[in-house]
Design a protein around this ligand. Structure first.
Ligand SMILES: NC(=O)c1ccc[n+]([C@@H]2O[C@H](COP(=O)([O-])OP(=O)(O)OC[C@H]3O[C@@H](n4cnc5c(N)ncnc54)[C@H](OP(=O)(O)O)[C@@H]3O)[C@@H](O)[C@H]2O)c1
Length: 240
């Protein structure tokens, strides 16, 4: 993977299935890492696992403007600048016409809070800090569901479509500032939780799913790319 010595990456959702694996790759490549999530115990365990001197952990709620401002203020103070921000928070919830209208609306409200608000808060605060230094990339881990019909995704797809559109429009607004955005839209990712949820899948099938290492490699290569794509899909051979 691309050498990331001297590059600083602020990662929201660092202790997640995608976050842990991607951060491990960034660490191996020598990046300065700011690991962010709400649960401090999990953050401390991750830092210990990564064994990385150039990393720090910050417990923060990505849906709080004040918390996120604190994350960037501390990151700039410690590392002098930020090269990339990765937003990888949120969760999946199944909703289809088999649910009642009340359940569909409740799930949409829940995902508005857990998916949409954190991306809008982090994106809005990050661009203020990055514009001052005149550079930096904001990556959002969205989903292919933002763009495609997948059964059971009534609430999830609409939350993801909203944030994908937000990140795209933010990128357009930022043209000429040196700051860019990229909406990453993976299909099924090979994570411990997904493996637990689908024990019937074979190793061969898992090898066709999206590998977190591929996402890490794309981000690493894109940090210096002046022509970074505004949208990047990662396909899987298995669709659940
Ligand atoms: N896994 C897949 O197959 C897949 C496919 C496509 C897209 N995605 C998307 O990729 C993203 C990450 O997925 P994942 O599988 O890694 O999820 P995950 O394992 O559930 O991890 C979520 C991470 O976000 C953190 N988090 C959640 N809410 C937060 C908040 N308000 N403030 C700060 N941190 C918060 C969690 O830690 P705390 O709870 O401690 O805060 C955890 O570190 C999600 O947006 C998901 O929709 C996943």
């Amino acid at each position: 993977m691309q050498n990331l010595q001297g590059k600083t990456i602020v990662f929201f959702g660092a202790t997640g299935g995608i976050g842990e694996s991607v951060c491990a790759e960034f660490c191996k490549a020598g990046a300065n890492l700011v690991l962010v999530a709400r649960n401090q115990d999990k953050l401390s365990k991750l830092k210990e696992k990564l064994g990385e001197e150039n990393s720090s952990t910050i417990s923060a709620d990505a849906s709080s403007i004040l918390d996120v401002q604190k994350v960037f203020a501390q990151s700039f103070q410690k590392f002098g600048g930020v090269d990339a921000v990765v937003i990888s928070v949120g969760t999946w919830k199944q909703t289809s016409i088999n649910n009642s209208a009340a359940e569909i609306v409740a799930a949409s409200d829940e995902l508005e809070t857990s998916i949409a608000r954190p991306v809008i808060v982090v994106g809005s605060v990050a661009q203020e800090f990055l514009r001052k230094q005149g550079r930096g990339v904001i990556f959002n881990i969205s989903s292919h569901a933002a763009d495609r019909f997948l059964p059971g995704n009534l609430a999830y797809a609409s939350a993801k479509a909203k944030v994908s559109r937000f990140i795209f429009n933010l990128g357009e607004e930022l043209k000429g500032t040196g700051v860019t955005t990229c909406d990453i839209r993976p299909a099924l990712v090979d994570t411990p939780d997904n493996r637990k949820g689908s024990p019937h899948l074979s190793e061969e099938q898992w090898s066709t799913t999206v590998q977190p290492t591929d996402i890490a490699e794309f981000i690493a290569e894109s940090i210096e790319n002046q022509n970074i794509p505004s949208v990047k899909f990662f396909e899987s051979g298995v669709v659940l």
